[in-house]
Design a protein around this ligand. Structure first.
Ligand code: COA
Length: 336
């Protein structure tokens, strides 16, 4: 297989501010025990998840994204009018169209921006950051708001124990701008996909192939359907490969990675990726136990948590890695 492309002569583009939002309502493993045939022990052992957040029915993906975006702007000490471009990574848009990014633009009143969504499932936030990087590096825009937001509860079948224990809701956001600090900011990324197994993870109906109908609703085709074991095997290989490759090609050893910020689908997948690099668990940012798998919002919230709560120092390396439906996978390296 050909090697993926590499960022050449990186332009210094850094994160100016970060924010995240999580709904208040907590759905615990004990709650799920009352809904489907499962146990706290099974969920904890097989996934590492103890609880997840669930948004109120009236709250949409863009509502959560707007809260996260406002916090990121406040943290960056910037006004919405300074934002030139908004990218939202999501697979749970408020509606098929308009884009969730345009609804966020309205919600934060960023009139000078243009806005669009990115659909790369759980890898979406990394794809969106890479998009922001290339738009800024080409001098097309200056300041970009990047959001990963998901209301996974809206596509989760709470009668299916194979999937309903895994997912949660949330949103994370960052503001990116060019800096005058060479060698810092986003220094490299790897984006990959393989459509041959596109149907391993899907919501079968509601699109143009199977529009919504009484039979699609009756057959529960508007919910996530997943080949769990196949996805697991694929994820371990892809996560290991992208983690090791981006570290090696940037001459970084395990001890040079300050924070690994992985997609939080399953603790066993994260442990395998970290072990491939020889990374100690104390350098992995975990939020899976609290939030479950929030798809594109997992790495977005993870990155915002690391920035706001772990306060990286100049020269620290933050490494985002993710995989998701598509199949898509990738990594993105930030030197603080
Ligand atoms: N509670 C109790 N038992 C459950 C269960 C649950 N919530 N969900 C599944 N099981 C059962 C299965 O029915 C199966 O029973 P069987 O052997 O009688 O058929 C058994 O547990 C083992 O299933 P298996 O699929 O082998 O479990 P696993 O160790 O692979 O773990 C996943 C299942 C879903 C946690 C794991 O495959 C996984 O994480 N896959 C990747 C999913 C993912 O990342 N999705 C999102 C991508 S971004």
């Amino acid at each position: 297989m050909e090697l993926p492309p590499q960022v050449k002569n990186p332009v210094p583009i850094a994160i100016r501010g970060a924010g995240y939002y999580l709904p208040d309502r907590v759905l615990t493993n004990a709650d799920l025990e009352k809904m489907v045939e499962t146990s706290d022990e099974w969920i904890t052992e097989r996934t590492g998840i103890k609880e997840r957040r669930v948004a109120d029915p009236a709250m949409s993906t863009s509502d959560m994204a707007i809260c996260a975006a406002k916090r990121a702007l406040a943290n960056a000490n910037m006004q919405p009018g300074e934002i030139d471009m908004i990218i939202c990574a999501t697979i749970t848009p408020d509606m098929q169209f308009p884009s969730t990014a345009c609804l966020i633009q309205k919600g934060i009143d960023a009139r000078g921006a243009f806005a669009f969504d990115v659909s790369a499932a759980c890898t979406g936030f990394i794809y969106a950051l890479a998009n922001a990087y290339t738009f800024i590096a080409s001098d097309y825009v200056k300041n970009v708001l990047v959001i990963g937001a998901e209301k996974m509860s809206s596509i989760t079948d709470y009668t299916d124990r194979n999937t309903c224990v895994l997912f949660g809701d949330g949103a994370g956001a960052v503001v990116l701008s060019r800096t005058d600090n060479p060698g810092h900011g986003i220094v490299d990324f790897i984006l990959e996909s393989d459509g041959r197994n596109a149907l391993w993870l899907q919501v079968p109906a509601g699109g143009s192939r199977i529009p919504a109908s009484t039979s699609s609703i009756g057959e529960r085709m508007h919910y996530i359907s997943m080949e769990g074991r196949e996805v697991f095997k694929f994820a371990v290989t892809a996560m290991k490969r992208t983690t090791v490759r981006i570290a090696e090609r940037n001459n970084l050893k395990a001890e040079d990675i300050t924070w690994l910020i992985p997609h939080q689908a399953n603790k066993r997948i994260i442990d395998a990726a970290a072990a491939a690099l020889g990374l100690d668990a104390s350098h992995i940012h975990f939020n899976i136990q609290k939030y479950g798998n929030m798809s594109a919002a997992s790495t977005a919230v993870g990155l915002a948590e690391v920035i706001l709560e772990k306060k990286p120092k100049a020269g620290d390396h933050l490494l985002l890695v993710a995989f998701g439906a598509g199949m898509t996978w990738g990594s993105l390296l930030i030197r603080w």
